[in-house]
Write a protein that binds this ligand. Structure first.
Ligand code: NAP
Length: 483
């Protein structure tokens, strides 16, 4: 193995949270860091998810960092390409290129207890010796293939939405899409526009609400120049999202109003009452991520799409066989089947006493404020366990986490010490509280990517967003061991 290069902070992943961490370090005057990214371009989820129709379902003013507003958004719900351009601009403006190492994969990260530093090895045998290791690989980064017999026996192209092949001709071809989540809802209407014949395999229907999208025009751009305007728009969306979140409280008036709106949307988009019944979810609204779309339901009701809700029995070279004895002949099979959140952090990471993270997380991922993991000193997670929401922008969680890492580094320097590690008991009681709050919540009423195989909810922050920001900012390190 080559000698390791000494660096203060190693950031793994160049998506939204990795870029935020990098710019945060620069703003704090810290230039001694490297960002390692396995893809050949920056962008993270927006680099990976380039299927037709990919876009954000959070308003763009809230899907830009508070420190980097973007006057160029062309519409309220930006496309994947526009977000990627925003990320590239961010990297250019902050001079991040010099810190980026693209197309390189971390094969192991090990905490050296004697030296109190992380030894991080890359796939070419080189590596880094870092004081702090920031994992910003994101919860939705490992594609999940459906466990269906014969999947890889399919004779035509079989692809996952997060690994799209833009060269694939689809016009006039019979395309099967497995899954009916946010991704399928964006992809299917676009494939219909491209002239494909769609068969959509639905296991569970999703709640769908209208998408309040619109183009940004000259007036928006003029207003943008008014001092404070962008900040006011951002704050309005942030506050509006928290109000919307009240609809997730079981039995609340807000939940009844959300349900009524979803029912009205379904009725407006789907004329056929039998089809409407097939599209009505059997669980409370908010349990799975809500789909925001003005096209999805209408497209499913159109003659261009065959909706199949019988269970999938197996995939054959010709197509998909369903439990009713039919085989659906296909040219292309697309898996819009989401991500493996439970095993999102696949990199082998070894903490104190030689304990692998995979072992610490054998019952599912668990952390302290989604940021620290007991037994893994100076390991900082971005968007770690239980920092997701179904109502607002992940960026509102990323920014406080960046501040926490910066405070941690400053605290180590103030104390003249090498590492900090959250105490196991502190992490345990935090998670006991989280799980107690989640126990009777809407997010435990159905199967979703929010929950691990054991049923434990490993993704959702149970409160409102300001609570997360406030509590993480108030964390005074009394629950941490220093060394
Ligand atoms: P997802 O929400 O996890 O949906 C996966 C779909 O595949 C579900 O309909 C699921 O059915 C189905 N499925 C999985 N395994 C299956 C199997 N073996 N047989 C049949 N069906 C199967 O994944 P996603 O749509 O990719 O979205 C994931 C998350 O990414 C979203 O919730 C959202 O947070 C994010 N996202 C965001 C945007 C955006 O606009 N910002 C766009 C896309 C994605 P069941 O429901 O029955 O499990």
């Amino acid at each position: 193995m080559n000698p390791l290069t000494r660096v203060d902070v190693l950031i793994l992943g160049a998506g939204m949270s990795g870029l935020a961490m990098a710019t945060g370090l620069l703003r704090a005057g810290r230039r001694d860091f490297v960002v390692v990214e396995q893809s050949t371009g920056l962008g993270g989820t927006w680099w990976d998810n380039r299927y037709p129709g990919a876009a954000v379902d959070v308003p763009a003013p809230l899907y830009s960092f508070s420190f980097a507003p973007n006057p160029r958004w062309s519409r309220r719900f930006a496309s994947a390409a526009e977000i990627l351009a925003y990320q590239q601009q961010l990297a250019r403006e902050h001079g991040l290129q010099a810190h980026l190492q693209l197309g390189r994969r971390v094969v192991e990260a090990r905490f050296d207890e004697a030296r109190g530093r992380w030894q991080i090895v890359l796939d070419d045998g080189s590596g880094f010796d870092a004081r702090a290791f920031v994992c910003s690989t994101g919860p939705l980064s490992v594609p999940r293939w459906p466990a269906i017999e014969g999947l890889h026996s399919f004779a035509g192209p079989c692809l996952h939405t997060a690994r799209w092949d833009a060269r694939l001709p689809l016009a006039g071809r019979r395309v099967g899409v497995i899954g009916t989540g946010s991704t399928a809802a964006q992809l299917v209407p676009e494939l219909v526009r491209q002239g494909a014949q769609l068969t959509v395999f639905q296991r569970t229907p999703n709640w769908v609400l209208p998408k309040l999208d619109r183009r940004y025009g000259t007036i928006d751009r003029l207003l943008y120049r008014v001092p404070g305007w962008n900040r006011a728009v951002r704050l309005t969306w942030a506050a509006g999202s928290e109000l919307f979140r009240r609809g997730f409280e079981p039995g609340s008036g807000a939940q009844r109003r959300l349900l009524a709106l979803a029912a009205l949307h379904l009725r407006r988009q789907v004329a056929d009452a039998t089809l409407r019944e097939r599209l009505r979810p059997p669980y409370p609204i908010g349990c799975k991520r809500i789909i925001f779309s003005n096209e999805w339901l209408r497209t499913l009701a159109s003659p261009a799409v065959a909706l199949v809700s019988e269970a999938l029995e197996r995939v054959t070279p010709e197509g998909v066989a369903t439990a009713d004895g039919r085989t659906h002949a296909l040219d292309v099979l697309v898996c819009a089947t989401g991500f493996d959140v439970e095993h999102a952090l696949a990199t082998p990471i070894v903490g104190r006493a030689g304990q692998p993270l995979q072992q610490a997380w054998r019952d599912g991922p668990e952390a302290h404020f989604g940021s620290s993991v007991a037994g893994f000193p100076n390991l900082f997670l971005m968007l770690g366990p239980n920092t997701a929401t179904g109502h607002t922008s992940t960026l509102l969680f990323i920014e406080p986490q960046v501040d926490f890492v910066l405070r941690s580094l400053a605290e180590l320097e103030r104390r003249g010490l090498a590492w900090l590690d959250v105490r196991p008991g502190v992490q345990d009681s935090f998670n006991t509280e989280l799980q107690a709050r989640l126990a009777n919540s809407v997010w435990m009423q159905c199967r979703s990517w929010y929950r691990a195989a054991s049923g434990r909810n490993v993704a959702i922050w149970p409160g409102y967003t300001p609570e997360f920001r406030r509590r993480l900012a108030a964390l005074d390190f009394s629950g941490y061991e220093f060394g």
